[in-house]
Ligand binder design. Structure first.
Ligand SMILES: Cc1cc2nc3c(=O)[nH]c(=O)nc-3n(C[C@H](O)[C@H](O)[C@H](O)COP(=O)(O)OP(=O)(O)OC[C@H]3O[C@@H](n4cnc5c(N)ncnc54)[C@H](O)[C@@H]3O)c2cc1C
Length: 321
């Protein structure tokens, strides 16, 4: 699905941090930027088109003490066969993790497993995946998508845990006003939760819009999760939140939490966390369906305008030769 535009032509699907004027202007025309340029500038965020690319990337992360979560790109599917193909790709990912002895688990988007086509199909593909992971001693993180998916995602998670599956976790987004209530409802499960700000554009009625309020909510959610005994994956590159989080986990055993960052973002800061003895997991997406994910990352890059302008210019110069 291409990024949606508002009536003024601005990209509307994804939540963006505060950008400068020029960056905002470039963000608004991102969907018009040639795919070849988007592909080039977003290359650092994606391991590559194939599983071998992901294997190599994860091996090099492992070599410097970082673990990984591997994502098969593919949220924009339209048929049950495509959902089944994505589920099968995860089987290949688990086999590669085992064969190469990689320190990695997987992240999965339920829309890629058919959530919007047929919830029952999605449930059965997800359950098979979690069982497969369990048999291999691995773990499945269910990514959280836009607000229309939250109820179904939480219900599927609860159903899996109800069938005795423990090797599965979810993601909660601090920009959603409901998240603290969700944490308290999930309390009986002591869920493994990745906590992030949230990337999709949601209306003010259900989501905080102010970046300081989203930060405060992140800290409140983190405190509530730790208090509930959840294992928390703190997924942020925000220095302020890293500081707040470090203070709150300082007295905890290292297995009680981990930090998570995206491939290609703040890698030096991630290395510092590793050097300080914290577990650090990098989100490693790979696959042919790279476009949607790339747009999301570019819109969060504070230097996006310069990066795009440089790549567009290089393309124009290349053509002129
Ligand atoms: C491991 C992981 C998994 C995630 N899973 C989900 C999910 O399941 N559902 C969901 O809605 N969201 C997910 N997100 C995205 C998340 O919600 C935020 O949109 C994203 O992390 C940016 O928020 P931030 O906390 O890093 O703060 P920001 O304020 O956006 O970023 C802080 C700083 O990090 C740097 N930075 C951030 N992004 C970039 C970039 N793309 N390029 C260059 N520099 C950058 C900049 O220096 C920026 O100032 C995930 C994020 C991570 C790290």
């Amino acid at each position: 699905m291409p990024a949606e535009l508002d009536p003024a032509g601005r990209v509307q699907r994804y939540n963006r941090p505060a950008l400068g004027l020029f960056d905002r202007a470039v963000a608004s025309v991102l969907p018009a930027v040639p795919r070849s340029v988007v592909k080039r500038v977003s290359a650092p965020y994606i391991a590559g088109p194939t599983l071998d690319d992901a294997r190599r990337t994860v091996a090099s992360l492992n070599a410097v003490g970082k673990c990984a979560t591997i994502d098969v790109l593919g949220e924009e599917i339209h048929t049950a066969a495509e959902a089944q193909a994505i589920a099968a790709s995860y089987g290949d990912v688990f086999a590669a993790i085992g064969a190469d002895g990689l320190d990695a688990n997987v992240s999965v988007k339920l829309t890629g497993l058919g959530l919007k086509l047929d919830v029952e199909l999605c449930r059965s593909l997800l359950e098979a995946l979690v069982r497969d992971a369990g048999a291999r001693g691995s773990f499945v993180r269910i990514d959280m998508e836009d607000a229309s998916s939250v109820d179904d995602t939480l219900a599927l998670y609860r159903a899996l845990r109800g069938s005795g599956l423990e090797n599965v976790g979810i993601v909660l987004q601090s920009y959603l006003k409901r998240t603290l209530a969700d944490i308290s409802e999930l309390r009986d499960l002591r869920p493994s939760v990745r906590l992030c700000k949230g990337i999709y554009v949601e209306p003010g009625a259900i989501a905080f819009q102010d970046s300081e309020v989203i930060r405060r909510s992140f800290v409140s959610c983190l405190e509530a999760l730790l208090e509930a005994g959840s294992r928390v994956a703190i997924a942020t590159h925000d220095e302020h939140l890293l500081g707040e989080s470090l203070r709150r986990v300082a007295a905890l055993p290292k297995e009680a939490y981990e930090f998570q960052m995206l491939l290609g973002v703040r890698e030096a800061r991630a290395s510092e966390l590793v050097a300080a003895g914290h577990a650090l997991r990098v989100y490693v997406p790979f696959g042919q369906r790279w476009y949607e994910y790339s747009l999301r990352r570019l819109q969060e890059n504070p230097q996006m305008a310069g990066v795009i302008a440089k790549a567009t210019l290089a393309r124009a110069v290349g053509r002129g030769r």
